[in-house]
Ligand binder design. Structure first.
Ligand SMILES: *Cc1c(COP(=O)(O)O)cnc(C)c1O
Length: 418
């Protein structure tokens, strides 16, 4: 494999151990050329919701290829895109009546930012600042990096990133600081939008905060006429225990980004949903007000068909019950591990659980992360800590016994191996 021309994502090729070759996926497992069955405890980077190669989604992809491949989406439409858009309007919080397709979480965020800025420009109110939350992650393209946490990941690109206003993460007991900071920025009259990951910040370390904070941020946004962008790229499709995380705060954002679980994780697709107001700001016989955005593969019919099949799975299978059961298993393990002397800050958000390893030299570049990852890999388990934060975000088909196995392994690892 070392002679491969491939440059892998987020991979330091100088230190990366030999990579297993995936030859087959099924349910919660990745099977490798050398005959291992690896438990995919991170849903292949948070995309696989129901399980790998869900039969209904695989079949929908197969069928779609019988009649369509990519079709230009400017001036054309097709049934898979129409059906999925109608379902998204129905399933997302009320008021999000317009669906703009793209093909990754990052592009869905770029689209959201452009919509917010575009709407501000059309309103001629000159607002152009984006308010962001400390420790956020919104993707790796330049705009998405600009609204995310600055650090070792993007230091080299800093000169190209645009300036934002950052509110502190709402740590327990300090929530008011977050709200006050947002109110201050929002009242300057320069803020076009706030962008947040609702309830849990993913790549920032699986940091959770209460729905009440989200609800209050929305109230402040409304009161100050600041647009509210919910980046549900990770949180959507059941991860936090409800279909979308915003439901738990009883809020409807002005713009919502969805990707990862949109096709059950089978194939790339993203959508940015917007309110009538934002659509109307771009609706005009004046062509200069057009929303000037597209990517070549916008609304790929095969991907949209997979999205429609994913919605069907949600409608016909007991997904909510599966999620509730997984959330219970995760909660009971976090309760059990919270007293462990090598672990701290056990937390759960729906199906996601995270806990940090104590006394590990800090930061994302700490070796504890790779060491833990390697220890799990020896047990045929795929776990990739974020710095010293170990998290489990498995596909919903995972069994309670498999979750038990993961945490029993974690205990062994922190007690004996690192
Ligand atoms: C993963 C992620 C993104 C970026 O999605 P990509 O498909 O990797 O571009 C954006 N926002 C959040 C919250 C994410 O977790």
């Amino acid at each position: 494999m070392s002679r491969s021309p491939i440059w892998h994502p987020f991979t330091q090729h100088a230190t990366e151990p030999a990579m297993p070759e995936a030859v087959r996926t099924e349910g919660a497992y990745i099977e490798t050329r050398d005959g291992r069955r690896i438990l995919d405890a991170i849903s292949s980077w948070w995309v696989i919701t129901h399980g790998h190669r869900h039969p209904r989604i695989v079949e929908a992809i197969r069928q779609a290829t019988e009649s369509l491949d990519q079709v230009i989406f400017a001036g054309f439409t097709h049934e898979p895109a129409e059906r999925l858009a109608a379902a998204l309007v129905e399933l997302t919080p009320p008021g999000l009546n317009h669906v703009f397709y793209s093909d990754s979480g990052s592009t869905s965020v770029e689209v959201a930012l452009k919509m917010a800025l575009g709407a501000g420009r059309q309103r001629r109110d000159g607002r152009n600042r984006i308010v962001v939350m400390q420790h956020s992650y919104h993707g790796d393209t330049i705009g998405a990096m600009s609204v995310g946490e600055r650090g070792v990941f993007n230091a080299a690109y800093e000169p190209l990133l645009f300036a934002v206003d950052t509110i502190p993460f709402p740590t327990a007991g300090r929530e008011q600081d977050t709200l006050d900071a947002f109110e201050r920025f929002a009242k300057t009259g320069r803020a076009a939008a706030l962008i947040v990951e609702p309830l849990i910040l993913g790549a920032g370390g699986m940091l959770v905060y209460p729905a009440s904070v989200l609800a209050t941020l929305k109230r402040i946004a409304e009161a100050t006429d600041t647009l509210f962008i919910a980046d549900e790229v990770m949180t959507g499709w059941g991860r936090t225990g409800t279909l979308f995380a915003c439901e738990q705060a009883g809020i409807s954002p002005d713009i919502l980004c969805t990707s990862k679980g949109l096709t059950g994780g089978a194939i790339p697709l993203a959508a940015t949903l917007a309110t009538d107001e934002i659509f109307a700001a771009h609706y005009s016989t004046d062509r200069s007000r057009t929303f000037f955005h597209s990517s070549s593969y916008t609304a790929n019919p095969i991907a949209c068909a997979a999205g429609v099949a994913n919605v069907e799975v949600w409608r016909t299978e007991p997904v909510i019950e599966r999620i509730a059961a997984l959330a219970r298993t995760q909660s009971s393990w976090m309760a059990r591990l919270s007293g462990h002397e090598r672990l701290r800050d056990a937390r759960v958000c729906g199906t996601i659980a995270a806990i940090n390893v104590r006394d590990a030299a800090g930061g994302y570049l700490a070796t504890v992360g790779p060491d833990i990852r390697a220890a799990f890999a020896r047990r045929d388990m795929l776990v990739r800590p974020l710095g010293d934060a170990v998290y489990v975000m498995a596909p919903y088909c995972v069994t309670a016994g498999e979750i038990d196995g993961l945490y029993e392994a974690l205990i062994e690892i922190v007690e004996r191996e690192i």
